[in-house]
Design a protein around this ligand. Structure first.
Ligand code: KG4
Ligand code: ZN
Length: 338
């Protein structure tokens, strides 16, 4: 079964062709990083226009690379939320048109659901139930996952997402956009113990996160030095900040595994591409107690292959969307009840 998947929820236009929900025949991502860089963040109106421009040529290029004809495609899967409304509308309209014109099922995919299902693109597949940490630019959340499409929220961020904190700190330091990758590269040459920073909500018996306090601590530290005319130790600051974020993410995740009795952990989303986070998680997994499933970095950051996995499982359940399909800015997941 061949499926075309697309993703336009944020600033990446992405297409993939999947066979039987796991074999990736092609996976293309057109990033808009260049376009948004000079604004230090995503400009929604520009993102929508860029999606419009890229969507058709990228679809054609993806089919070509997959060596698949359009009439071989049996279903189309698309992210319809959460994300930027204008951007989502472009992708969803495209998918509706394709579904209508070809008479193939339309599959609506939740972006966060898709993020953790990226783990099923790898050779070694997780088994259910599992705990999933989705950590990206827009989201930081822990889930108890019973099945591909059945999952419950354990906790999420009360303010900034982890990736957002990376991006804001990078902006403050004038390092560029998006910040995660840049900070993590500079952190490699820094001392993570040099600058004491808070670990918000770390000792609380909750699975919610908060990163805005940590970001403010960095802001205050930098402003204090600037006021005194002292240089900012950028490498050490990046390393200390990164370590604080990773410690919070890992501690909460380990608590969630213990709390739910989980034996399988999936970590996904853009921040899951972070080296320190991956390394720390691997060390924890090596101590025993749980199996770790980390999608490769290209499947952690936004892509359409992960949308394809989710779409495929909807297709198997005949959970088709119709042409009335709407988009949404935020997800509302059911809470974990034990
Ligand atoms: O999943 P994603 O591509 O898009 C959203 O759904 O948000 O995640 C993007 C986020 C950005 O905030 C970016 O700074 C962060 O992921 N990111 C990283 C790394 N690579 C991307 N954060 C830390 N370390 C990285 N290596
Ligand atoms: Zn994402």
């Amino acid at each position: 079964m061949k499926l075309l998947a697309l993703e336009t929820s944020c600033d990446e236009t992405a297409f993939a062709v999947l066979e039987d929900g796991e074999k990736v025949c092609a996976n293309l991502v057109a990033s808009q990083e260049e376009l948004h860089r000079r604004f230090g963040g995503i400009v929604p109106e520009l993102a929508s226009r860029k999606h419009m421009e890229l969507i058709l040529p990228l679809a054609q290029q993806t089919l070509k690379e997959a060596q698949v004809r359009l009439d071989e495609i049996e279903a189309v899967a698309v992210t319809n939320g959460p994300g930027l409304i204008g951007s989502l509308v472009i992708g969803v309209s495209f998918a509706k048109a394709l579904s209508y014109a070809r008479g193939i099922p339309l599959l609506a995919v939740d972006h966060i659901n898709a993020h953790f299902l990226a783990a099923f693109l790898e050779e070694e597949k997780p088994s259910f139930p599992l705990v999933a940490l989705v950590v990206s630019g827009g989201h930081t959340a822990l889930f108890y996952v019973k099945d591909y499409l059945e999952f419950y929220l354990l906790g999420q961020t009360r303010d900034d997402a982890a990736g957002e904190a990376f991006d804001k700190v990078a902006k403050l330091l004038g390092l560029g956009y998006p910040g995660g990758r840049i900070i993590s590269r500079l952190a490699e040459e820094g001392d993570p113990e040099r600058i004491p920073l808070p670990r918000p909500l770390l000792n609380k018996d909750v699975f919610d996160f908060s990163f805005s306090g940590l970001k403010t601590a960095v802001v205050n530290f930098v402003n204090d030095l600037r006021r005194k005319g002292l240089p900012v130790p950028v490498h050490d600051l990046c390393a200390s900040f990164e370590k604080a974020v990773v410690e919070v993410l890992v501690t909460k995740t380990l608590n969630a595994l213990k709390f739910t009795g989980g034996k399988n952990l999936v970590v996904a989303g853009g921040v899951a591409a972070n080296k320190r986070l991956r390394q720390t998680l691997r060390e924890e997994a090596a101590k025993g107690g749980f199996r770790l499933f980390l999608p490769r970095p290209a499947y952690c950051t936004d892509n359409a292959a992960m949308v394809g996995v989710c779409g495929y499982h909807k297709w198997r359940r005949r959970a088709f969307a119709d042409l009335e399909l709407d988009v949404y800015a935020r997800s509302h997941f059911p809470r974990y009840q034990g």
